[in-house]
Design a protein around this ligand. Structure first.
Ligand code: SF4
Length: 134
């Protein structure tokens, strides 16, 4: 799972380091994951070192509470591929679905271009899903 030269300072692939990109789960997806695996928990906000704290309140304010949960896995050493979130599977791409349910293409989250291949982690975002656009 780890790719040399594309890891964060903690040695994780940047796409699996929640101190870089916090996964999201749709509400229904979270209910399924919670019932079937111990891989995930809802973001507490204390998962990253004090030198690189998570601003949970800010991230929460940017995450539609009716649709999504900010979640955290146990990390790549414990990944259960069958229980990855949709945001894991599509990262860093996001399907663009219109309000009338038409799939019109794939978008890319340019925030993560700043961290890919760089040891200077300066950006943290929740991984968007299609519902982020609603
Ligand atoms: S569940 Fe697996 S793929 Fe998803 S962030 Fe965690 S380690 Fe990465």
């Amino acid at each position: 799972m780890r790719s040399a030269g594309n890891t964060t300072p903690s040695g994780k692939p940047f796409c699996c380091d929640i101190c870089v990109a916090v996964p999201v789960a749709l509400k229904e997806e979270w209910a399924y994951l919670k019932a079937n695996t111990k891989l995930w928990h809802q973001l507490r906000g204390d998962e990253c070192p004090p030198s690189d704290p998570i601003d949970k309140e800010k991230m929460q304010s940017e995450t539609p509470p009716d649709y999504m949960r900010l979640v955290t896995c146990l990390g790549p050493a414990f990944c259960e591929r069958d229980y990855r979130t949709l945001s894991c599977r599509q990262f860093p791409f996001t399907p663009y679905i219109t309000a009338d349910d038409r799939f019109i293409g794939i978008t890319y989250n340019w925030d993560f271009q700043k961290v890919a291949g760089s040891s200077a982690i300066s950006t943290r975002s929740a991984r968007p899903t299609a519902r982020s656009f609603f």
